[in-house]
Ligand binder design. Structure first.
Ligand SMILES: NC(=O)c1ccc[n+]([C@@H]2O[C@H](COP(=O)([O-])OP(=O)(O)OC[C@H]3O[C@@H](n4cnc5c(N)ncnc54)[C@H](OP(=O)(O)O)[C@@H]3O)[C@@H](O)[C@H]2O)c1
Length: 336
């Protein structure tokens, strides 16, 4: 029982609860009980939690996300406390938890992180690197793991390869640029005018503004193209490939359920029927990958790029900001 804290069931916390779907207005700030722990769980006092496309997707069209999750064999709770990524301090541990103790600083993923406390398992967490802040650490979980799996497992980026990241300005994009560089790629980042400066700060080898430069009209060809924006016809992305190159589909198409399904089906047909070099990246969380990200951060090769922070009370504003506009790096909710 050493290190296991019996929780007072009467304790309550402030949390952001999703009650309905459609717009940020369905998010309510509530006082609810602090999560009760199973033996394999930890209770984390959340210091910061990030906003992912997954979170605002659940707010906007939860039914669609739950259908896709089901097709991928995953369960998603639509109503309840929102938020997955977190950084914080371990408050209590279940009796089967051995890797962490109360007082440890952690980062990773948990359940319901837009709250003062969230539950997590050992496999969802690693120790927080000491060279980044809680705000930066909260940005790593989903976007970092997605970018790592896209670069390493789907793109198979090797030293010296020419890499294009199309839609480099958001959460996944900013990690993809840095991780592709860490893997030795010669990285061209393509972004919108509004995101040029944040992407420039990541020091890509080349930087293009897609509102001014059309990649299909330029002479450069690439070994790996990461499509994070999901806005450019797949045929055009294939056109900029060097012989033997590949397109990795990471981002969802914009414009609702119809466009999303249409692009996915187009990708599948091109890949499976027409045998074109397209890979569809569906990332899934792995503890080992979070540990790789921790190493990349500690070695200074990756640093989470943060756009803005919002307080827990401003969570609707944070979701509107990320959901309505064109994201820029990561948006983080600061809690305690
Ligand atoms: N495959 C997977 O397993 C997986 C996992 C996580 C996320 N995702 C998907 O990856 C994409 C990026 O996720 P994220 O968390 O990084 O989201 P985000 O922070 O909101 O970034 C989205 C980025 O897409 C680009 N973009 C281009 N046209 C856009 C438009 N019309 N509206 C909005 N954004 C536009 C923007 O970058 P520029 O300004 O550089 O164009 C924007 O920053 C999303 O589509 C998300 O659903 C996929």
């Amino acid at each position: 029982m050493d290190g296991t804290v019996a929780l007072n069931t009467a304790r309550t916390m402030t949390a952001v609860v999703q009650e309905g779907q459609g717009s940020a207005d369905v998010l309510q700030i509530r006082q609810i009980p602090v999560p009760q722990l199973r033996d394999d769980q930890l209770l984390v006092r959340v210091h910061a939690a990030s906003v992912n496309a997954f979170d605002y997707g659940l707010v906007r069209a939860g039914w669609l996300v739950t259908v896709f999750a089901k097709l991928l064999g995953r369960r998603v709770r639509l109503q309840g406390v929102r938020g997955v990524d977190l950084s914080g301090t371990v408050e209590a541990v279940g009796r089967n938890v051995t890797a962490f103790r109360p007082g440890d600083d952690v980062m990773g993923v948990g359940t319901g992180s837009w709250a003062e406390y969230a539950s997590a398992t050992e496999r969802g967490l690693v120790s927080k690197p000491t060279n980044i802040s809680y705000v930066e650490a909260a940005a790593v979980g989903n976007a970092g793991v997605t970018a790592l799996q896209a670069v390493r497992d789907h793109g198979k980026v090797r030293a010296g390869q020419r890499v294009l990241v199309y839609g480099a300005g958001g959460g996944v994009g900013t990690f993809t640029v840095q991780i592709a560089k860490a893997f030795g790629g010669h990285v061209t980042a393509v972004t919108s005018t509004r995101n040029i400066e944040v992407v420039r700060s990541l020091a890509p080898d080349a930087l293009l503004d897609y509102t001014r430069d059309d990649i299909t009209k330029r002479p450069e060809r690439y070994d790996v193209v990461f499509d994070v924006a999901g806005t450019r016809p797949l045929g055009e992305l294939l056109r900029v490939l060097a012989p033997g190159g590949r397109v990795v589909m990471v981002g969802a198409a914009k414009g609702g359920a119809g466009s999303l399904v249409a692009r996915l089906v187009a990708g599948l047909i091109r890949a499976r029927v027409l045998r074109q070099p397209i890979l569809i990246c569906t990332a899934s969380f792995r503890h080992e990958d979070l540990a790789v990200l921790k190493d990349l951060i500690e070695s200074g090769k990756v640093r989470p790029a943060i756009d803005r922070t919002f307080s827990l009370a401003e969570v609707r504003e944070a979701v509107r900001y990320t959901m309505d506009g064109q994201g820029r790096a990561k948006v983080v909710i600061t809690i305690a």
